[in-house]
Every structure is written in C-alpha cells, then in structure tokens.
Design a protein around this ligand. Structure first.
Ligand SMILES: [Zn+2]
Length: 493
C-alpha cells in the first residue's frame, strides 16, 4: 500500500504548525488588547503633575539612543570634573583662556592642538599643558589651569560650552563651542571616562543601547603626539570590558563620521568605511555630519563616493544627517539615494511631499531630536515640529538626545516634550522604543537580545503600574532632573 501521506507529511505538519501559530498570535493580540495599558497611561497623562510625569518617564524603558554625537553627549559638569581630576585624566593639567591680551600674535595654540585649522579667538578655549608651555609668556598669561578656576570662573566656563543664554543659537554652537574644548575630546584618558559616565547616566534613564557618532581620528597624547585609529579602538574596547561599564547594562556601538563640508570629505568617507569594515565588533555604521546650511556638503556631492563604497563593502549601516535646515529642498530624498536607511533629523522632509509619501510604512527610520531642534532654533516652538506628521503617517521614528551636553538635557526631556506637545498614546511610545532597537546597526543576535529584553522590561513596567497606584509609585522615584527640564518644564526638585 502506498502511504500517500508519507510524501506530504512535512507539508501537512508545516501547515498545521502555521495554523497554530496564527491562532496563538490572535490570542496574544486579543490578550494584549484586553490588558491594554492605554487607559492607565491616559489617566497618568491627564492627571499627573509635571514632576509626576517626569518621574514616570524617567523610569520608562526606552530602548536605544541612536543619534548622539560622542563629544556632545555628556553633561558638561562631568566633562569638567574629569578634566580636572588627575586620577582620571592621566595626571594632566589643562589650561583655559580667561583673558585676552594684546600680545600681537596667535595665542590659541591651534597650530599644535588642531594641526593649524582656523579657530576663532574666544574666552575659555582650553588647551594642553604642552601647548601652553610652548606659548610666549604674554600668551601664557592669558590662561589659567582648569583646576585653579574659582567658583565664578567655573560657572562661566560651563556656560561657555552650553547654549544656555538668550541669543546663543546655531552660530555659537557650530562655530565657537567646539573650538573651546576640542582638546578634551581628543584625549585618550578623558574619552573612555566620558563613555562609561554616559552609559551609567543613560542606563539610569532606562536606555539599554547607545550608538554614538564617534570618528576614531584626531586623538592625541598629552605630549601632543597623535594616536592612530587602531589604538583608539583598543583603548575603548578595553574600557568597555571593565566592571563598571558592564554593570551599566548598556550596550554600546559607534558610527564613524565624515564632516561633509570639508574639502576632503570624500576621503573621510572612504576612510570611515575601511575602518568600520575592519572593526565591526564596535563600529557598525557611517554617518555624515556638519552644518547643512553650508551648501558645500550637499548630499549629491557624495553619490559617486557612496556607490564606490558599495562596490567594496556590504553590511555597513548608513545613517546620515538630512534635512536639518530651514529651507525646503530634496536633501532627504538625495540622502536616501546615497543609501541611508536612517535619516538624522529629517526636518524638511515635511516640505517634500513625494519623499514624505514614499517613506510611509517602509523600513526607513527618522532619528528625531526635539530638544536639539528647539534649541538650535529650527523649531523654536515645538508645536510646529513635523515629528507628529512622521510618527502618525507611519514613518518609523525614535527620540534622541543629539548634543545634549550643550543643551543640558537628557532622554527623559525628549519623551516629556513629545508627550506634552503631541499627546502621545502608549502604543506610540512603545513602538518608538522598539523601533530604536529594530533599526539599530548592532548585529542581529545582539539586536534580538536587546529587543526581547525591551519587551520584557515594558511588560513588567506596565504590570507594576497596573497593580498599584501611580501617584504612590511615582512619589518614590528620584529622577535626575536635567537643568533643561528645570528651565523649560517648570519642574522643581
Ligand atoms: Zn546630529
């Protein structure tokens, strides 16, 4: 007798399994709907004080922060603390400019610190001891050791590296601030400490993944010698293995970055790809940064370069700043053509309807940075921000802190802004967190681990609030309230 089922058994079994999976999926969806957290969230949102809402959002599991420039990622108080602490900065003293004399010469030390790039003459420009020693005595007298600043000077130094006063906007940020403290962010002792500090701070806010924009170039030893990229990789890798880094529970990856308006940007892109390709355990993608209202860095300039890179390399994530400008143009579309699957900011996508429609319900993510866009005056009033259009037209978005060090903010502030301005639903909040991991460039095995941990964290967070009084629960949380929140949301601590 011919066993007719024998031949088809695998197919029949496969069919049965699929049916069972489909039925159990339906059951889960139904259960999820019945246990929906939405009513609890609606009550919290409508009845909480700013302080209660802030505490709730501080503890919220948040997934990943995908758009965070390493040098702008840490609160400046921590930078100053580490830069002054000889136990953590490799025993160095840094010098900062507290007055400007008429010395009749260039007192910036930039020839040594930045290999001759131009820098404005500014107060609180910080330099290495070796550079300071090479200056004339007239120039030397303009500087003071960072560790010797009095209280007033310390406050002024901190203010000089933040956008914390009316009238400071884009120009102060792009043209001045970075020159003030560039040497600190090229230091092999300070950077690893900043990295782990940030892992702890963001970990406290419920983040589990950080993808920093960090080019491994330009680092220098205290004697001014430049440090090869390979060594930068080793230094960071070693620091990430240490106990405090591991205990933060935060996974870190980096993207290499080219500065788009520079004349050698094409070479930087090629170098960035080559480096990522050979250090894929830590570096997972390539980005282009630099102010986009400088037309020298327009996206299509780089089309041939990215096509050349695609002939050489596969599996390197592309997240590129696009549309962070006031005027309408096609830069987001052009950036997709470069191969980006994630767009940094994407603000003027709102004025390019064809591309906006094209991106609906597809696998492209927009990295929104609400506080950054407000402080840099792209949208001084967040009510005008296109974020809700992107979110509710079905374009994947996530929230990010960009250069939070310069705006004194944190990730909770991004969520608080989004909730207050755009009345977020619970399912929107959870989807953003999930998408911040789904679109991360970390390898698939780690990503799966991060996503299932996120789902578990969200489920237990919901359960906690379903089973207890939210007013009681939030009263026990002690969130780290950022200075931005204190200034903007009228929260008192
Ligand atoms: Zn950015």
């Amino acid at each position: 007798m011919i066993n007719i089922y024998g031949k088809y058994r695998p197919a029949i079994l496969g069919g049965l399994i699929l049916m069972l999976v489909a039925i159990s999926d339906q059951l889960i969806t139904k259960a999820e709907a019945e246990n929906s957290f939405e009513p609890v969230w609606e009550e919290i949102k409508s009845q909480s004080t700013p302080a209660q809402l802030y505490a709730f959002l501080f503890q919220l599991p948040k997934g990943g922060n995908l758009h965070t420039h390493f040098a702008g990622s840490v609160p400046m108080e921590y930078l100053l603390e580490i830069a002054r602490d000889k136990n953590r900065n490799g025993g160095q003293e840094f010098y900062t400019r507290v007055k400007i004399n008429n010395c009749g010469e260039d007192c910036s030390g930039r020839r040594l610190d930045y290999a001759g790039t131009s820098a404005p003459i500014v107060y609180f420009q910080t330099t290495r001891e070796v550079t300071w020693k090479s200056l004339s005595s007239c120039c030397q007298s303009e500087y003071k050791p960072l560790s010797a600043l009095n209280e007033e000077e310390t406050a002024a130094w901190l203010s000089s590296v933040k956008l914390d006063r009316p009238g400071e906007g884009r120009n102060e940020f792009f043209e001045v601030i970075w020159h003030r403290m560039g040497v600190l962010f090229s230091d092999p002792h300070i950077n690893p400490e900043l990295l782990v500090t940030n892992m702890k701070l963001f970990g406290d806010e419920g983040l589990r993944y950080l993808e920093f924009q960090l080019p491994p170039r330009g680092w220098r030893h205290s004697d001014g010698r430049s440090i090869p990229a390979e060594e930068v990789y080793e230094i960071l890798k070693e620091r990430l293995k240490q106990e405090d880094a591991v205990a933060s529970g935060v996974t870190v990856r980096f993207r290499n970055v080219a500065i788009r308006y520079l004349s050698n940007a094409e070479a930087q892109i090629e170098e960035a790809f080559a480096f990522v390709d050979s250090h894929r355990d830590l570096w997972v993608g390539v980005d282009m940064a630099g102010r986009e209202d400088d037309d020298k860095g327009h996206p299509l300039r780089f089309l041939e370069t990215f096509r050349k890179m695609r002939k050489r390399y596969g599996g390197i994530g592309l997240s590129i700043h696009g549309g962070e400008v006031d005027e309408p143009n096609t830069h987001v579309r052009d950036t997709l053509l470069l191969g980006a699957t994630r767009i940094g900011h994407g603000l003027n996508l709102i004025s390019d309807p064809d591309t906006l429609l094209y991106m609906r319900n597809r696998e492209y993510l927009i990295e929104s940075c609400l506080v950054s866009n407000r402080v840099l005056e792209y949208f001084p009033n967040l009510d005008d921000h296109p974020f809700p259009e992107f979110l509710r037209l079905g374009i994947p978005v996530c929230l990010n802190t960009d250069d939070r060090g310069m705006w004194d903010s944190n990730m909770t502030d991004e969520y608080f802004s989004a909730v207050k301005h755009f009345n977020l639903r619970w399912d929107e909040i959870v989807k953003m967190g999930r998408d911040s991991l789904h679109y991360a460039f970390v390898d698939n095995a780690k990503k799966a681990e991060l996503i299932s941990a996120y789902e578990r964290d969200v489920a237990s967070f919901e359960m906690k609030y379903q089973n207890a009084n939210w007013r009681e629960l939030t009263s026990h949380i002690e969130p780290a309230i950022s200075p931005y929140a204190l200034r903007t949301f009228k929260i008192s601590n």
